[in-house]
Write a new protein. Structure first.
Length: 554
């Protein structure tokens, strides 16, 4: 029996226009697509596909449904067979149950705690005071289902009162088991933000500390129901507006989304503490909206916007970038009643391709001819990731930005342009050479791995790793790895095992460094030591790819 969470994941990852368009020719007709019905003979198209509603319907014979239904009818397959065919075609893994109710208990505990957290908020003055100070209205509290969690004991007690086995609550990601076998709540003394999938089902929680916990925000861990790389906070509430406006505002945090909705920007969503990845794209593509990246203007925000812009433009998605000045964010502007200024900022967004080209230019001193040559090479590498028509359309803008000839940008990079890079030798590391070669041959893994590994993990290959992530494949080390037949391409299991090994090496080294440091704040040092020993290393031992956290760069 196919796990229901797998079916939901499949539905949220596929686009009905893509699915049906791979079987029959579809033609744009207003907001929809039309075709001659494949299920009965007709000369005038009456078969309509709605990208907004993700359904099809034939006004001639009456057949209709979602993408799975179409495959069932067209291929004459059963429901499970159609699901498996689509999952295989779109490389989406399925999981199976043994007929034991699947994730019934996990879903139930999430629903129970969602209601418990909501009720707790209105009994907790300091949590309400925090939300009031941030400008969150009572209507927004109710609309987004914001709650509060107090002590760990209260969470354990409510779960037990519903006679749900605690191991099931662990699998739902709401509690964890300590080294001594004791259970404790993952979220304590935090304002709670429920996280829903695109269908509106609760799948996890995010929490903002109201105490002095070093981790200001925490999300649910990876579970069968919760995968942060495939979810966007607020999407379920925003999707109708996204389809209507043909525009999606992508921000960095829960409060940004809530306050933007409160100000009328109801097409705002956010990634869940992670960079935008290729796994987010199927959800973003639905309804074919333009994307506005609304990020902080600090160094981290600019880098996140740059990475997201490269991903979106290479994927054929149109969009713009808005960077908020002076450390402000959308939530601050709304709470300060600067709605008109916010509207002006969002309307003055910079095209994502222009943004990338300008960032490339700013990273070089183009008054120096050698630096300018390198900048133009990097710009060409980026432009070559776009479709031919789009690349040619932006070649004039590239020439203007770099004060160069259009001819330098309206063709594929010449072979001899690689001479701009100097060859250099580093100490060979077979493990990292295998990782990089695998990523070169399976680029879809890169965004997933960047959530887990920092560039510094790559030791002597850090520069090559950065260039690979930036799609700068003219790096001499990468070229050498690519053509070396002695370096293996790892299987999925081998690749995961090697990444787990790299994670363990890194965190054991960090633990050793922490124990020897006397210059760190004692509270933070103790927290980090406990986190590595009691949380991170045990999870790695169990085979979990633990997401990298920047607070380990002390």
């Amino acid at each position: 029996m196919i796990d229901s969470s797998s079916i939901e994941r499949l539905k949220s990852s596929i686009d009905i226009v893509d699915v049906i368009g791979s079987y029959i020719e579809l033609k744009k007709s207003g907001a929809n697509f039309k075709a001659n019905c494949p299920f009965h003979g007709e000369k005038t198209p009456s078969f309509v596909v709605s990208p907004r509603k993700q359904i099809f319907h034939c006004f001639g014979c009456g057949v209709g449904g979602d993408a799975i239904k179409f495959v069932m009818e067209y291929e004459k397959l059963s429901y499970p067979e159609a699901i498996e065919k689509l999952a295989s075609a779109y490389n989406i893994p399925l999981s199976y149950t043994k007929g034991d109710g699947g994730l019934k208990d996990e879903r139930r505990v999430l629903e129970i705690l969602e209601n418990f957290y909501k009720e707790s908020l209105f009994k907790t003055p300091h949590a309400l005071e925090y939300l009031e100070k941030r400008g969150v209205s009572k209507r927004s509290i109710e609309h987004f289902g914001i709650g509060y969690v107090g002590s760990s004991a209260s969470v354990i007690e409510i779960i037990k009162s519903y006679q749900i086995p605690l191991p099931k609550a662990v699998e739902a990601g709401v509690i964890a088991k300590g080294e001594r076998g004791e259970y404790y709540a993952r979220l304590q003394d935090r304002v709670i933000f429920p996280i829903y999938n695109s269908a509106g089902a609760i799948v996890g929680f995010g929490g903002r500390t109201l105490g002095n916990h070093p981790a200001k925000y925490i999300n649910s861990p990876q579970t069968k129901l919760f995968n942060k790389s495939r979810l966007l906070y607020g999407y379920y509430l925003a999707k109708s507006s996204i389809y209507d406006k043909k525009e999606i505002i992508l921000t960095e945090g829960y409060l940004d989304v809530i306050m933007l909705h409160q100000a009328g920007f109801t097409n705002a969503v956010a990634t869940l503490g992670t960079a935008l990845t290729s796994e987010h794209l199927p959800l973003i593509r639905k309804g074919e909206p333009k994307v506005i990246l609304a990020y902080d203007g600090d160094k981290a925000g600019v880098m996140a916007a740059l990475k997201a812009s490269k991903l979106l433009s290479a994927s054929g998605i149109e969009g713009g970038v808005v960077l908020f000045p002076e450390g402000k964010d959308p939530a601050d502007m709304v709470s300060s009643n600067k709605i008109d200024e916010l509207k002006e900022l969002l309307n003055s967004k910079k095209d994502i391709v222009i943004f990338v080209l300008e960032q490339i230019k700013n990273s070089y001193d183009i008054t120096n001819p050698y630096q300018k040559q390198k900048a133009i090479l990097e710009a060409n590498n980026f432009l070559n990731s776009l479709s031919t028509i789009v690349r040619e359309a932006y070649s004039i803008e590239a020439a203007r930005i770099f004060n160069s000839k259009v001819a330098y940008f309206n063709r594929k990079t010449q072979k001899n342009s690689t001479n701009l890079n100097k060859s250099y030798k580093i100490q060979k590391d077979p493990a990292w050479e295998a990782i990089l070669k695998t990523l070169l041959n399976r680029p879809s893994l890169i965004d997933e791995i960047l959530d887990v590994l920092d560039f510094s993990f790559a030791r002597g290959y850090e520069s090559a790793f950065r260039n690979l992530a930036s799609n700068n494949l003219d790096d001499p080390i990468l070229r050498g790895i690519e053509i070396d037949s002695q370096i293996p391409i790892l299987s999925e299991e081998e690749f995961k095992a090697q990444i787990l090994k790299e994670l363990e090496i890194f965190y054991r080294a960090k633990l050793k460094e922490l124990l020897s440091r006397d210059d760190l704040d004692y509270k933070k040092k103790s927290f980090l030591i406990r986190k590595i020993k009691a949380d991170i290393l045990p999870r790695i031992k169990k085979g979990e790819l633990v997401a990298y956290e920047s607070n380990f760069t002390f």
